[in-house]
Design a protein around this ligand. Structure first.
Ligand code: A3P
Length: 278
């Protein structure tokens, strides 16, 4: 809570790059992609964790962020001295700077709730829910009573800014369907004069980015992405699937999520978000 209150006081700087998401929508994957793009596809050092390089604003608070350095690999040419920050805040609570850059990753609510359920059961250090049922969790998610509140409100808040020049709005499903294209759009967003040309000129860099950010590769090093969780629970990097929700969500529950989406977005907007959101 302390970090949360303090994090809200952070004054966003022009060289900030913020990866914003509702939890379980592909935050870690995007953070890692950004890091790899800025560092020519070289993975983080063996003794480093992603959250040291790319801290979570409302967890660590203002002072930590202010003290954190920019892109830590000073040998990477053109890393632009970005300060890398992660947040799960809705747009209106996220510290703003008209020159800072924001990447928002959306995910369909059905895969998100399933992922968040497993996450909540597994993180016994943070939650007292290791034996909790999916039906109980679903109800909490639907009514915005889970960590970081209402999924639909957060998605709506960022969707409203998807066309802002300093916002890149992507979906987890886009990333899954065509990771290469998504990587290039992130590269373009980070610096159109530097990264797209570098990645396209040297396929090796692009291939390294795709290799190190792949689900299989990230699964091998769980300690880099998350604090430890008991072995009997599902790992942090889990299935990474689109549509796995069908195994757990009943027809009635799916209809309730669809209804919330229809209340929150117009048909056109749902079409734009993609099939998984309708
Ligand atoms: P699942 O639980 O559905 O597998 P976040 O980082 O926001 O907590 O998101 C976690 C979700 O992203 C998990 O989804 C996780 O498996 C998935 N994920 C993490 N790294 C991934 C990668 N490299 N490729 C695809 N999905 C990834």
């Amino acid at each position: 809570m302390e970090g949360f209150v303090s994090g809200l006081k952070y004054e966003e700087q022009p060289n900030d790059l913020i990866v914003a998401t509702y939890p379980k929508c592909g935050t870690t994957w995007m953070q890692h992609l950004v890091y790899l793009i800025l560092n020519d596809g070289n993975p983080i050092a063996a003794d480093e964790r992603l959250d040291q390089i790319f801290p979570h604003l409302e967890e660590v608070g203002n002072d930590y962020i202010c003290a954190s350095s920019s892109c830590n690999n000073s040998s990477a040419a053109g890393c632009n001295n970005y300060r890398l920050i992660k947040t799960h805040l809705p747009y209106n609570m996220t510290p703003q700077n008209p020159v800072a850059k924001y990447i928002f990753v959306a995910r369909n609510p059905k895969d998100c709730v399933v992922s968040f359920f497993h996450h909540t059961r597994g993180f016994v250090k943070h939650y007292n829910f290791s034996e909790g049922s999916f039906d109980t969790y679903f109800q909490l998610f639907l009514t915005g009573k889970v960590d970081f509140g209402d999924f639909f409100a957060t998605l709506r808040s960022w969707y409203d800014h998807k066309d802002d020049p300093n916002v890149l709005f992507l979906t987890y499903e886009q990333l899954r369907t065509n990771t290469r294209a998504a990587v290039l759009s992130v590269a373009e967003f980070l610096d159109p004069d530097v990264y797209p040309a570098r990645l396209l000129k040297d396929e090796h860099i692009l291939n390294q980015i795709l290799l190190h950010s792949s689900l299989d590769s990230m699964k091998k090093e769980p300690g880099r992405w998350s604090s430890e969780r008991p072995k009997e629970h599902t790992p942090f990097i889990r299935k990474g699937s689109v549509g796995e929700w069908k195994d757990l969500i009943s027809d009635e529950q799916a209809a309730l999520l669809d209804q919330r989406m229809r209340e929150t977005f117009s048909n056109e907007e749902l079409k734009h978000l993609g099939d998984q959101y309708r």
